[in-house]
Design a protein around this ligand. Structure first.
Ligand code: FRU
Length: 507
């Protein structure tokens, strides 16, 4: 607790109160990083966390995120934890509008935590959790008090707050881990889902309802088949797609079993019948992991003007330190993905707008007989679209970010014989979170043909298997010499056809 109290004492409320030279210094340190991404959203300094308020309003896409721009500066202790604001015409090229919400009211003094937004005429309605701490006793007994707060953004991108909270503290039966409202509209009325912890320290979600976005009432706990699933659910997002109901959420505290739940925290989903309202019954299939890579958390979805359900996530994990911190920043967003439902599974497809960034297409058409194919890449941002045809081979290996000798590399093993896909980050560059292991494995039965799409940037790899049926998202921190890729057929012949592109960065 001592650190927290220290931070509180020196806290500055607004970025505009911080000397420009301090801000510029942070940005310069960050700019000097060799790991800066070319086409993924990242913070110009400090931390980037959960995507918030992901929406389409006033002719533009809006993306906000959990932001602490001076998190790694020493003085002053500007521990602002607010919402950063970006807008875009195409979900690929983003304009940075700076701080949207700073934590300066009594309801969000110690963090404008995660929340969501929904357009309504000339307003973007917002709902989020304000985090506060109160010192109940003289002896440093700090208690968390969360508030659920509403606000709106006008057409000039100005956020208006000042409403009384719609919920003060947690309600009886739940602890202060009570946050992250995600709003949707159905039949002209508003609903929101909140991640909470029950008093018995298990995680769940609550559904609240309002006719006018002002007066809210509690409908109750989301009634799923899981009575006890982890100790807290963060960042729930409920939506309907193709007459189904889907909940994407982060149940914390799942025990690793076999190949599952290997990261410190996971993002999962439940897919089933539409949520029944007002009784909150949600009948679904079994819990599935949304992503099988090393670094993905806190996803949020929105509906695009042409009716697509689009998901974006933080490419990072809580309580995990990344090598970029020495350059005073951490975190980036994933690429946006379009969601579809097929065979009772959620498919995640890179949005089509990304295709406009393609340059320098190169075709690959190779027959590898227990052979290795080697190519040098010209730059770090690339897309690969391969169809791999196992003729009589057992496995196929894709080494990305490889040095000339293929000693250092990020390895993807498509093991048809063992029916598994393995990611190996052990020799990919600077270590990240090795206490949680350096490989990830998914049991996956392969037909003779498998389609693989991969998006790489300077320090990330996003892998999509068979049209987005399975996704693997990972950060990596390679050095400059790791600019090759190798393809290897194991135990027989594999044909590979497809193309690679370079990706034009942020416009
Ligand atoms: C998830 C989370 C949310 C919270 C936010 C605070 O990463 O812990 O539950 O609202 O981050 O930044």
């Amino acid at each position: 607790m001592t650190n927290r109290i220290k931070e509180f004492k020196n806290m500055v409320d607004h970025l505009t109160d911080v000397p420009k030279k301090v801000i510029d210094k942070e940005k310069n340190v960050t700019r000097s990083s060799p790991y800066r991404q070319k086409y993924h959203v990242e913070s110009e300094s400090g931390t980037l966390g959960d995507p918030n308020g992901f929406s389409y309003f006033n002719g533009k896409y809006h993306l906000f995120y959990q932001w602490s721009p001076l998190a790694y500066s020493i003085e002053p202790h500007y521990t602002q934890h607010g919402w950063k604001h970006l807008t875009s015409d195409d979900l690929v090229h983003w304009q940075d509008l700076g701080a949207a919400i700073e934590s300066d009211t009594k309801y969000d003094r110690y963090g404008t935590y995660s929340g969501s937004a929904i357009p309504e005429n000339d307003k973007l309605l917002m709902i989020y959790t304000g985090n506060t701490w109160i010192n109940t006793e003289t002896k440093n007994n700090w208690l968390r008090v969360p508030y659920q707060v509403t606000a709106y953004m006008d057409k000039d991108n100005k956020v208006h707050r000042g409403n009384d909270p719609i919920m003060e503290g947690a309600i009886s039966g739940y602890t202060a881990h009570f946050r992250d409202p995600k709003v949707w509209k159905k039949n002209g009325e508003y609903y929101a889902i909140l991640g909470v912890q029950r008093a018995n320290l298990t995680g769940t979600a609550l559904i609240i309802h309002s006719k006018d976005f002002k007066d809210w009432n509690l409908l109750g706990e989301l009634n799923t088949k899981y009575d006890s699933l982890g100790y807290m659910w963060e960042c729930p997002d409920y939506f309907e797609l193709d007459e189904k109901g889907v909940l994407v959420f982060c149940p914390q505290g799942l025990k690793s079993t076999g190949n599952e739940y290997q990261n410190i925290y996971q993002t999962c989903y439940l897919l089933g019948n539409k949520l029944s309202l007002p009784d909150t019954k949600f009948s679904t299939g079994d819990l599935k992991e949304l992503d099988h890579g090393f670094d993905l958390y806190a996803s949020q979805t929105m509906s695009s003007p042409d009716g697509r359900r689009i998901l974006i996530s933080w490419m990072g994990l809580p309580e995990t330190s990344y090598p970029t911190e020495k350059f005073h920043y951490s975190g980036c967003m994933t690429i946006p993905k379009e969601l579809r439902i097929k065979n009772n599974k959620l498919y995640q497809i890179p949005i089509k707008e990304l295709d406009t960034c393609r340059v320098n297409k190169q075709t690959i058409r190779e027959t590898l007989k227990d052979e290795v194919y080697h190519r040098k890449l010209r730059q770090a941002a690339n897309e690969y679209d391969f169809t791999i045809d196992f003729k009589n081979s057992n496995a196929f290996i894709i080494d990305l970010f490889a040095d000339e000798e293929d000693q250092r590399r990020f390895r993807i093993i498509l093991n048809k014989k063992k029916s598994e896909i393995v990611l190996d980050r052990s020799k990919a560059g600077e270590d990240i979170s090795i206490a949680y292991g350096t490989t990830r494995t998914l049991d996956y039965a392969m037909d003779n043909k498998i389609n693989v799409r991969i998006y790489t940037d300077t320090s990330s790899v996003e892998l999509f298997i068979n049209g987005g049926e399975e996704v693997f998202t990972s950060r990596i921190f390679p050095d400059k010499s790791q600019s090759n890729f190798f393809l290897t057929s194991i135990g027989g012949t594999t044909n590979i056809t497809g193309q690679t592109y370079e990706m034009n960065g942020q416009g």
